[in-house]
Unconditional design. Structure first.
Length: 125
């Protein structure tokens, strides 16, 4: 017999913007939105204790080689046309932050003409 959470009809009527409890059924994804998931990679387990859940058992192990993670946050976001092709790497984020810091410095009149970026002096004309 399957878990009733899996076989229950899909009625996300109890879903809210911020969930304080698990909805009764899977929530239908909103159209034209993307899901952002924030995960935390956890340290490797020293020992794995076996368990049985829903009739599926896992073996106890001293040397666990698997990956452990925790889902911190999930959210549906509307990404505009301009951000769809935007790079999502750490280096791209650093470039965007550097560019915004430069613009803020120019706006506030701070002389940041010899600011060091990525180990190199960056000169502004």
């Amino acid at each position: 017999m399957l878990d009733p959470r899996i076989t229950a009809p899909n009625d996300p009527s109890d879903a809210e913007d911020v969930l304080t409890k698990m909805p009764a059924a899977p929530v239908t994804p909103p159209a034209d939105m993307d899901l952002q998931i924030e995960i935390l990679i956890l340290p490797q387990l020293q020992e794995y204790t076996g368990s049985v859940e829903y009739g599926i058992s896992s073996r106890k192990s001293k040397a666990h080689e698997g990956l452990s993670f925790m889902i911190n946050k999930i959210r549906w976001v509307e990404e505009g046309i301009g951000s769809r092709g935007q790079e999502r790497t750490a280096a791209a984020l650093k470039r965007r932050l550097d560019a915004s810091a430069t613009l803020l410095a120019l706006q506030s009149g701070i002389d940041n003409s010899h600011r060091r970026v990525n180990g190199m002096a960056k000169l502004h004309a």
